[in-house]
Design a protein around this ligand. Structure first.
Ligand SMILES: *Cc1c(COP(=O)(O)O)cnc(C)c1O
Length: 375
């Protein structure tokens, strides 16, 4: 057995679409980018989508286009992918880390207000593992304190909050398409927004600061090369056309894990249903019971690896990373620090079979039971 943690789902349709681009000789800034942006904007239900080279590039451009910089602080969870906080730092702003809710692993809105200072400019809400953050509470705090809201939807394409796609709530939102995401472009990302001016600025920033009305060598602002190739966009178009099937399949995999692991000793399963929220399954992350230490978790992950089962230890808190020494939380983040030592991401991809899921579950349950007997 050799079961990877994740695997892209590429069919002949994707292969043909990419080959067709290669035969066209239009390899960048072409019709596939436009088509992908249109598909994305329509799916999320916002007027503007701008394709960029990665989710990280998209987050960076949101921070930049919203004028967040030195002296500013941005509220962000520490239990997240490092990219969210990195994007804040690229513009010299300061990430201010906030703790999470134990049930959903999302930023806890009850912890936001105590983290606000006169310098706070924005909340970067991450829909962690595809589970929608509590947007009503976040938007309410933002309104009362005049803060911007950026949604990090890099793990959450297709997730819904109160029947509306995530990515349609904030001032801007970012999706990502690395091969481990629900759908992939190889590499790639997209910024969506209702704000036409912001969309225009982001289009310029991704292309060396050149606005669409400008001549080719005219650069109004300091920009970047955050463009995406037509091959990536063609791949993304086919994946977007298949998104309903992909999300349904991923939900079926999650429910199969749930069925196998619910009620097992030592293993705590994630919620599969939440009021007013539709989860888009990015990964399936269990946590070990509270008696387990980080060393126990790491030993279990290693034993699973020896059995041919690749697991992830999502997430090591950002504020504990060496690159974040100078931002080490001023306030403590007890939930983040306790849960992050016990989470295990199980193999999760569209084509995983029922027997592979059963093998993962029986191995995990065996290891968790043995370890808890030793405690
Ligand atoms: C994947 C991811 C990103 C960044 O996406 P890249 O395309 O890899 O740059 C940002 N935030 C979160 C929460 C992610 O999971």
């Amino acid at each position: 057995m050799n079961i990877p943690l994740s695997q892209p789902d590429i069919t002949e349709a994707e292969i043909e679409a990419v080959v067709a681009v290669l035969r066209s000789s239009r390899l960048s800034i072409g019709p596939k980018q436009e088509e992908f942006e249109h598909l994305l904007a329509t799916d999320i239900g916002v007027p503007h989508a701008v394709a960029v080279s990665s989710g990280t590039a998209g987050l960076h451009l949101c921070i930049r286009a919203l004028g967040i910089g030195k002296e500013d602080e941005v509220i962000v969870p520490s239990f997240a992918f490092v990219s969210a906080a990195n994007a804040i730092r690229y513009e010299g702003a300061t990430p201010v880390f906030v703790d999470i809710e134990p049930a959903t692993l999302n930023m806890d809105p009850a912890r936001i207000e105590e983290a606000l200072t006169p310098r706070t400019r924005a909340i970067l809400a991450v829909h962690t593992f595809g589970c929608p953050a509590d947007m009503d509470a976040i938007l309410d705090i933002a309104r009362r304190h005049r803060l911007l809201v950026i949604e990090d939807c890099c793990e959450a394409i297709g997730a819904e909050y109160r029947g509306q796609r995530v990515g349609s709530f904030g001032d801007a939102a970012v999706f990502a398409f690395y091969p481990n995401k629900q759908i992939t472009m190889g590499e790639g990302g997209v910024v969506v927004t209702r704000n036409a001016d912001m969309a225009r600025d982001i289009r310029a920033l991704r292309n060396q600061g050149r606005y669409e009305s400008d001549e080719w060598y005219q650069h109004k602002v300091l920009g970047y090369n955050y463009r995406l190739s037509e091959m990536s966009c063609a791949l993304g178009c086919v994946q977007m056309q298949r998104i309903d099937d992909i999300l349904a399949r991923r939900e079926a995999v999650a429910l199969k894990y749930h069925e196998n692991l619910r009620g097992q000793k030592g293993v705590i399963v994630p919620p599969t249903q939440l009021d007013q929220k539709r989860i888009s399954w990015f990964v399936y992350v269990i946590r070990l019971a509270s008696g387990f230490q980080q060393a126990d978790r790491d030993a279990i992950v290693q034993s699973l690896g020896a059995d041919g089962i690749s697991c992830g230890r999502y997430f090591a808190p950002i504020h504990k990373q060496p690159a974040y020494q100078q931002f080490a939380a001023l306030r403590s983040l007890p939930v983040t620090e306790s849960l992050s030592t016990r989470t295990v991401a199980l193999p999760f991809f569209n084509r995983i079979t029922d027997s592979e899921i059963e093998y993962v579950c029986s191995s995990l349950v065996h290891l968790a039971t043995t370890a808890s007997l030793e405690q």
